[in-house]
Write a protein that binds this ligand. Sequence first.
Ligand SMILES: [Zn+2]
Length: 201
Amino acid sequence: MAEDYFVTGLDLALERGSPSYSHWVKKVSTANAGRGLVQFAWNGMIDKDADPVLAWIDFERWVCSCPDPNCDGLELVCLEEPFFFCLSCGNFAIDGLAYPVEFPSQVEREQLYSELLKRPVRRPPGVPRSRAAFLTKSVVPGLSRSWVPGESIDDLKAQRRAAGQGNAQPGGQLPPRPKSQLRSRRLAQGDRDFSDGELSS
Ligand SMILES: [Zn+2]
């Protein structure tokens, strides 16, 4: 697979008119702080001393759960810019810095996509990628295109067999990334604003 197939924060950012995920998080967190919803807007810095937050897959979306035990926040995260800033609590516990994020390796991700895509789904047509994933329903109850760290490919296969889907027909595909978004993506990867931050150093 030439490109990561599942939805990331970059998809959401591009759909909302931001050139990169970091740009979008700064914009939304600044608005939230301005309305008094959270104390901190994200300033683009990552707390290098913080333990990385592990990314997991929730219905074809790469997400992280907020590590603050008092917060139930969940955000899309981005492979190109692996940081986590919780829009629910503004990462109050670490003074508004972002946590580093850890993804499985590319080889592991491709194995996950390959196995999870065997789980049939349905979703409304004609909606953007992030929304298409958000609105996805599993055809087989309990057999979603989801994964948590610690689950092996064999675990996922066993779940599919247990649900009676050992020879399942491949399910629906996510909409492709529009070409205009791919252009924006290249722009995002060279985003000066983010390159100047902590992540690249
Ligand atoms: Zn939080």
